[in-house]
Design a protein around this ligand. Structure first.
Ligand code: 5CA
Length: 159
């Protein structure tokens, strides 16, 4: 296997330290959007796990929403689950709390622990693909892996 770029290598190390055997795969094409990622790995766009960071309005806490590449997040549904309004996080907030830049944010291995919600639509697939540290890196996992790795709450978050 060829050398991974630094952030992808760092994420591969994080997986290994946590005892996960999953392999980070670097792709020749950009995978910074769900559609691009699905094309690059040859899967359905619904199988792409988008790792989206939101910020609670009053308390400035990061919230992680793992959503199918097919779906958009209804922030009102997340608000109802949290009991607090949320807004989109900016790039600096995402990097500060995850340790990764937008476009490569993985679902696990972040700097901060955060409340995590998992789109129930992800559970219908046999396998999923998620970002692995850079906009060129992905890894394959099952829905059960995603739940075990993140401890997220499965729920309806889609718009
Ligand atoms: N590697 C792909 C597929 S896994 C990926 O990371 N997709 S993603 O959807 O999880 O991450 C991109 C998301 O970052 C976008 O959906 C959007 O919600 C967010 N984003 C993009 N640009 C900005 C920005 N300037 N500020 C805040 N959030 C942004």
């Amino acid at each position: 296997m060829s050398e991974l770029r630094p952030s992808a290598r760092r994420f591969q190390q994080i997986l290994a330290e946590k005892g996960y055997p999953h392999q980070v795969m670097e792709l020749p094409e950009l995978t910074h959007t769900a559609v691009a990622a699905a094309e690059a790995v040859g899967c359905d766009v619904g199988q792409i796990v988008k790792s989206l960071i939101f910020k609670t309005r009053k308390t400035d806490r990061p919230v992680l929403v793992l959503v199918s590449g097919r779906n958009r997040v209804d922030t009102k549904k997340v608000r109802a689950l949290l009991g607090e309004k949320i807004g989109k996080a900016d790039a600096d907030f995402v990097r500060a709390h995850t340790g990764f830049a937008i476009g490569g944010v993985p679902p696990v291995g972040h700097v901060s622990r955060m409340e995590t919600f998992v789109d129930e639509d992800l559970l219908q697939y046999e396998s999923l693909w998620a970002a692995a540290g850079t906009p060129y890196a992905m890894f394959r996992l099952t829905p059960a892996d995603l739940l075990a790795m993140t401890g997220g709450t499965v729920t309806d978050v889609k718009a």
